[in-house]
Design a protein around this ligand. Structure first.
Ligand code: SF4
Length: 475
């Protein structure tokens, strides 16, 4: 097993630290920390009080740039590994209603966001996710983007990204997406092996994706990401090695490599996956190792958790500069900006508040018809939550926490305040995965494999309820 903190291919002390025993020892269930507290801690908030309070507080402060997220829930067919909030339908007529209600939500949220003169903060980042945003026709996408541009001012060079289902686009559609101002795209690939694709009900041959990749390059998108999953049915080291070679042959700027978590009791589509053809834990670790080796050898840099990027990609640059951020879309490059989400199940993170929308179309439409925000639950963070969020995000993004700035800002002694958490990370220290000094703690290069498990030591709610077994494993 090689370490993932640098791009040399030499063996090192760090690398030797990672043994299969160690991986088994620390491969425990835990959150992915796209937020802290994690979304399962949100409480019912049907009036959207947490969000409204945070939006209004924001409106009365300086007009700092913000991020927008638009959730498009529709997909034509279901992928059996899916754990997303989506609506499976072939009826494209449903889109018009959805877009109409989205506009109502955008207008209503904007009212709370408007400053004293009615002005709105500029937008520095826009992301379309799903479901499948490319379920929308060219005209529907254009009208939604036009609506957003009419309502919000975008900063020059704003990052505009969209998730692409390769089965729903061709070169002409990609050109249209580029022309709408999207400068980053993400292809959902998962695996190129035909047997695996059949078993997950997502057939998209390598040649099709490679051709799209070529078109995307010619259109000069700033960054092209590819999502992969290991641990899928029928995957094994031999076929996965072929997929990895195919991926690096078309050289996406970023690669997100996720572990498949088989939780059929929670996610209905996963019941269509035959558990007997899923690779076991040891095979999964071998495939993870293969992937890391392949990407590092091919010049990718390890960003954190599941992400790799070419050195010249902005994600790699901000990582090197210590400015990496994390939110509900994973790692990103937009320092300190609030995120406002629109659409079913969308999550917002504004100031001290988190807020999540209702999950079904019927509830979404009913709330908006009733003149409300379509919010289901939320949370207003107290000072302890804010402090722990900073610690956990510093670990997840920079791999280190410096005590002094936090002590100054929060008026605490770090070692006294976090004595229990520091006790919990002793085990990681004893295996060389975490280094502790008087000034702070740092995840070692080998420790990056287990950064989620290290962060868990600082999660108050996990230890209050001792319930981390509900989460997927950290590797
Ligand atoms: S994985 Fe994505 S494309 Fe597939 S069903 Fe789920 S949301 Fe739709």
């Amino acid at each position: 097993m090689r370490h993932i903190g640098d791009n040399t291919h030499e063996s090192s002390q760090d690398m030797e630290l990672i043994t299969p025993d160690l991986m088994r020892r620390f491969d425990i269930p835990g959150p992915r920390y796209t937020s802290y507290p994690t979304a399962d801690r949100f409480v019912p908030d049907q009036q959207g009080e947490a969000l409204i309070g945070a939006l209004q507080a924001r409106a009365s402060g300086p007009a700092l740039p913000m991020s927008l997220y638009i959730h498009v829930p529709f997909c034509e067919s279901v992928c059996y590994y899916c754990a997303c909030n989506k609506v499976i339908t072939k009826d494209h007529g449903k889109v018009q209603d959805y877009l109409r209600y989205l506009e109502v939500e955008i207008d209503r949220v904007s009212q709370h966001l408007a400053g004293p003169e009615g002005e709105l903060s500029p937008v520095s980042q826009l992301h379309f996710g799903g479901g499948s945003p490319t379920f929308l026709s060219d005209e529907e996408l254009a009208s939604l983007v036009a609506r957003l541009r009419a309502r919000f001012e975008f900063v020059p060079g704003a990052e505009c990204s969209i998730e692409i289902d390769p089965r729903t686009v061709n070169g002409a559609r990609l050109a249209h997406i580029r022309q709408l101002g999207f400068n980053r795209i993400s292809f959902g690939v998962q695996d190129f092996d035909p047997l695996v694709q059949e078993a997950i009900h997502r057939v998209q041959p390598f040649e099709q994706v490679a051709a799209l990749m070529k078109e995307a390059r010619a259109l000069h998108f700033d960054s092209i990401n590819m999502d992969l999953i290991y641990g899928l049915p029928h995957q094994g080291p031999t076929s996965f090695a072929r997929t990895l070679q195919q991926v690096v042959s078309i050289r996406p700027d970023r690669i997100a490599l996720y572990a498949y978590a088989h939780l059929p009791a929670r996610f209905k589509p996963q019941r269509r996956i035959d558990a007997f053809v899923l690779p076991g834990a040891d095979l999964k670790l071998r495939m993870l190792d293969q992937a890391i080796e392949t990407f590092l050898q091919q010049g990718y840099e390890y960003i954190g958790m599941d992400h790799f990027a070419l050195p010249e990609d902005q994600l790699a640059r901000v990582k090197r500069e210590g400015r990496l951020q994390r939110n509900f879309q994973g790692y990103h490059t937009n320092a300190g900006s609030d995120l406002v989400g629109f659409g079913v199940s969308a999550i917002s993170q504004v100031g001290r508040a988190y807020s999540q929308n209702v999950k079904t179309l019927a509830e979404y439409y009913a709330a908006l018809d009733a003149g409300q925000l379509p919010v289901e639950r939320g949370l207003t963070l107290d000072d302890d939550d804010l402090l722990r969020r900073e610690v956990i995000m510093a670990l997840m993004c920079q791999g280190q926490v410096r005590f002094e700035p936090l002590e100054r800002r929060y008026g605490i002694s770090f070692v006294d305040y976090f004595d229990e958490a520091l006790e919990r990370i002793r085990e990681f220290e004893s295996f060389g995965l975490v280094l502790r000094t008087d000034a702070g703690i740092e995840v070692s290069k080998a420790g990056w494999f287990f950064v989620r498990a290290v962060a868990m030591a600082f999660d108050k709610y996990l230890w209050q309820h001792a319930d981390h077994h509900r989460f997927s494993k950290v590797l």
